[in-house]
Design a binder for this molecule. Structure first.
Ligand code: HQG
Length: 189
């Protein structure tokens, strides 16, 4: 992606997850918005975006942040919303172990209170250590936490999986969390 595409992709995340009213669009309850209306809104707000560019951004997004419906008349973010949306995800059985990337400065609080969803709808968990490491590095010195998803699921915690393979749950109590000693050495398991 060019630098300009990255900027447009970030803008897209912002309006499809957090602030649709910033460019005067609205999301339906599933988080979908009309593609023509979205393109018009971008143009109106001085950031023209063509359909081809939008398709390129959706296809190139490293984490598949966005999805079109079948005829590409609608688009939504796959996860990460702070506005109220119901993604319609069905509960799913998680892998035995999932990973959460955070930063060292949050560790004491997480060990005390568990993982909380903060401003998002869910706690986000990943299937690989590598992805968790990258997520944690956004906020400081990264720390990877292993979550005993099998035990959580046995004990009745619901899990959902987004289209881009991010596992979502309400909260992870401290008992299910262990700090991964040396994530860099794990070989990207
Ligand atoms: C931390 C990005 C203190 C949590 C990423 C995280 C991901 C606590 C921060 C996706 C805490 C919230 C989500 C507690 C949790 N005390 N800190 N009790 N519980 N935290 O951004 O998981 O690029 O809402 O560890 O790649 O970092 O947007 O969540 O550091 O997939 O597509 O509070 O967002 O994807 O931060 O990131 P976030 P996240 P996109």
């Amino acid at each position: 992606m060019t630098r300009q595409d990255v900027r447009k992709s970030k803008r897209l995340s912002q309006v499809l997850r957090h602030q649709p009213d910033l460019i005067g669009i609205s999301l339906d309850e599933g988080g979908w918005t009309s593609v023509p209306a979205l393109l018009e809104a971008f143009a109106r707000f001085g950031e023209p975006l063509s359909f081809a560019e939008l398709e390129g951004i959706v296809a190139a997004s490293d984490k598949q942040r966005f999805a079109f419906n079948a005829d590409r008349s609608l688009i939504r973010a796959n996860q990460g919303h702070s506005v109220t949306v119901d993604l319609g995800l069905a509960p799913a059985v998680p892998p035995d172990r999932l990973y959460h990337g955070t930063a060292r400065q949050f560790l004491a609080s997480i060990e005390r209170d568990g993982l909380l969803k903060m401003s998002r709808h869910h706690v986000h968990l990943h299937t690989t250590i590598d992805v968790a490491l990258a997520v944690g590095a956004r906020r400081g010195k990264p720390v990877v936490l292993t979550v005993d998803a099998a035990a959580m699921h046995r004990q009745g915690h619901a899990f959902y999986v987004s289209e881009n393979d991010v596992w979502l749950t309400d909260t992870v109590p401290p008992d299910y969390i262990t700090v991964l000693a040396d994530p860099g050495a794990a070989g990207g398991a």
